[in-house]
Ligand binder design. Structure first.
Ligand SMILES: NC(=O)c1ccc[n+]([C@@H]2O[C@H](COP(=O)([O-])OP(=O)(O)OC[C@H]3O[C@@H](n4cnc5c(N)ncnc54)[C@H](O)[C@@H]3O)[C@@H](O)[C@H]2O)c1
Length: 251
């Protein structure tokens, strides 16, 4: 129970990585605000946490909306009295090149995968300052370091998210607020539902040196580590959890 007494908010916690992160933080004793654009999905995650004896509550919040983010934190503070951990996780992963991506679609992914991190971080900081510190964690991705073909919007958004992680970390260091990113490789979640079967196996064989399937729990375990005092000297980092993909130029 390394997070007993802590209060955590996880965005996009109604599915995939966010759900797994919320469940894991709760299993370590944190009270978890399960935030998602879908109330039904958020409630499912809360039921899962309840069934394991943890404490959580569902919240509807669109991470692209400034007012909704502010309202989310107000509600969590009202319910539990403070916020110690913010996990900015909600995001999408569209494909497209400079030729095939419309400006509207580019703006959409920048808003969801990058501006959301600006908004979440900006509005949680007053609560963390009041508590004497906190931990902000962002789901970035290896494309935050280098793009691959046909992912222009996603790669730009994640690169911006990585840069935001470093800037927030530096600006808030004296306030004892740490900010880090987790950069997952390929994990089977609804986000990746288009890549299955033989095509998926081939993709992993080509790009991922380790012969394994990265699980959402692998990301959640890293999130717990970054949220705890075990990581008290770590800030401004992108922790890559990808079976060796990003380390390797050609494979
Ligand atoms: N799955 C992977 O392989 C992988 C790899 C690298 C990075 N990521 C990143 O991890 C994060 C989570 O991805 P996932 O695979 O769990 O995806 P997912 O589609 O399973 O879950 C995303 C969740 O975000 C929610 N959401 C979507 N738009 C929202 C909005 N505007 N406001 C609030 N919530 C919203 C969805 O309802 C959903 O519950 C994303 O930022 C994604 O880019 C995923």
């Amino acid at each position: 129970m390394r997070l007993k007494g802590k209060i955590a908010v996880v965005t996009g916690a109604g599915s995939g990585l966010g759900r797994s992160i919320a469940v894991k933080l709760a299993s370590e004793g944190a009270k978890v605000a399960v935030a998602d654009i879908s109330l039904d999905n958020a409630k499912e995650t809360v039921e899962l946490i309840d069934s394991q004896g943890g404490e959580a509550a569902p919240f509807v919040s669109d991470v692209t909306c400034e007012e909704q983010i502010q309202h989310l934190f107000e509600e969590v503070d009202k319910k539990w009295g403070g916020i110690d951990i913010l996990y900015n996780n909600a995001g999408i992963s569209p494909v497209g090149t400079i030729e095939t991506t419309s400006f509207a679609d580019f703006q959409k992914v920048i808003s969801l995968d990058m501006y959301s991190i600006f908004l979440g971080s900006k509005y949680v900081i007053p609560y963390m300052k009041k508590n004497g510190g906190g931990s902000i964690i962002n789901t970035v991705g290896t494309f935050g370091f280098k793009p691959i073909p046909n992912k222009i919007g996603y790669a730009c958004a994640k690169a911006g998210a990585m840069s935001l992680t470093r800037s927030v970390a530096i600006d808030m260091a004296k306030e004892n607020i740490r900010c880090n990113a987790i950069c997952p490789g390929f994990v089977d979640t609804p986000l990746n539902k288009g890549l299955v079967g033989e095509e998926r196996e081939q993709f992993l064989k080509t790009y991922q040196p380790m012969d394994m399937k990265i699980q959402a729990e692998d990301i959640a375990n890293t999130a717990v580590y970054l949220a705890t005092e075990d990581a008290k000297a770590i800030t401004g980092q992108g922790i890559v959890v990808d079976g060796g993909t990003e380390a390797c130029l050609y494979y």
